[in-house]
Design a protein around this ligand. Structure first.
Ligand code: WQD
Length: 340
């Protein structure tokens, strides 16, 4: 059994589908603070296999322990954590408690049950404002907000854990910008409240639930002045977790991998692509820069290519198509019922 903490969430649910299709049995632990129980039914609808589900918070040591007592867990993929940059600036202690203390709890329970195979959900945010692009794993690591600092601290914790006990097999996956949805449109990104991220905001403008996209700055040193990012289809990202899990099964150590496409697109390029692929209009207004944003960020994923035999295979058109398909079928996210 593979335990997915935060497995009812956006990336967790897509990874669950990918793992089930690779014939793994899944247990999901999620406190549903930023996800929906409906996603479990949708996973079942896609794969015909229902993951075991525990409504458990990572801060609940006894609850976590019960999961390991009741299931033969052989590895853990750790998605569970808070991830809103702005919120982390306003409420740092909430982020340190949930992300750091929650991870320490998880690692202690894993150790007690001699489960030492872990895939950790990290983020390109640990690179801060890189000195150059494309970004490689050996680049300097720095955090520019409490959320990013929790990711960086957890990466350091995992390295210390491996040095104390070389039986651990740990893969740290640094996501660039996950977007899109499973091709069925049954699972997808359903952020709470106003989306912080570009893609769900674009999709909500396209479906009419938001009137206008605000583009945060067009005076960056980029081709068209808007921010450049490495958008990666969530199913490619999900596949990266399967490959990392399999690498952990035959080797020990702690390694970090960039999961991105290696291609940077600007905000305006994404808007144009979304409009063209889906034949929709995205009204927008250029505003001032968002605090903490960087001009350009995209990955060199050659380490994941060679060591995990992982490659991103889906391009920008499929990202736009699948994001839109999810939005059309679920105009209010999981709260709405899938249209036929
Ligand atoms: C992308 C581009 C914005 C919204 C964030 C987190 C990072 C990771 C991924 C968790 C930027 C522009 C955005 C909008 C806009 N999350 N934008 N209008 O900031 O690259 O990364 O999500 O790990 O930690 O920082 O993603 O989608 O917010 O922004 O113009 O309404 O779109 O300025 O250039 P970002 P994003």
């Amino acid at each position: 059994m593979i335990l997915l903490t935060g497995g009812a969430g956006y990336i967790g649910s897509h990874t669950c589908v990918e793992l089930q299709e690779a014939n793994y049995d899944i247990v999901i632990a999620d406190n549903l603070s930023n996800s929906h129980i409906e996603s479990i039914d949708r996973i079942y609808e896609i794969t015909g296999k229902r993951p075991a589900f525990y409504d458990t918070d990572l801060l609940d040591g006894e609850g976590l322990n019960a999961i390991f007592e009741e299931n033969q867990i052989e590895a853990v993929i750790h998605f569970g954590g808070l991830k809103a940059v702005g919120e982390s600036v306003a409420e740092p202690l909430k982020y340190y408690r949930n992300n750091i203390a929650g991870t320490v709890n998880l690692l202690e329970v894993m150790k007690q049950h001699n489960v030492k195979n872990l895939v950790f959900s990290s983020s390109a945010t640990v690179y801060g404002d890189p000195h150059s692009v494309p970004i490689q794993e050996h680049f300097a690591l720095t955090a520019t907000n409490p959320y990013g600092r929790t990711k960086l601290m957890i990466e350091e914790m995992l390295k210390d854990l491996y040095h104390a006990d070389p039986e651990w097999s740990i893969s740290i996956l640094r996501y660039f910008n996950p977007v899109g949805a499973h091709e069925s449109g049954l699972i997808g990104e359903d952020p709470n409240g106003i989306p912080n991220n570009l893609f769900p905001f674009i999709a909500q403008v396209a479906i009419g639930s938001r009137s206008c996209l605000h583009i945060f700055g067009d005076d960056y040193p980029t081709a068209d002045g808007t921010g450049v990012r490495d958008y990666i289809h969530v199913m490619d990202l999900a596949n990266g977790h399967v490959k990392a899990l399999e690498k952990n099964l035959y080797s020990t150590g702690t390694d970090a991998y960039n999961l991105g496409t290696g291609i940077g697109y600007s905000v305006l390029q994404m808007v144009r692509a979304f409009e063209k692929v889906n034949q929709v209009g995205i009204p927008y207004k250029v505003m001032s820069r968002r605090q903490g944003d960087i001009a350009e960020c995209y990955a060199d994923s050659s380490k994941a290519n060679s060591e995990l035999n992982w490659y991103a295979t889906r391009g920008i058109s499929q990202m736009c198509r699948d994001a839109w398909n999810w939005q059309v079928k679920n105009p209010s996210g999981y709260k709405s019922h899938a249209f036929s």
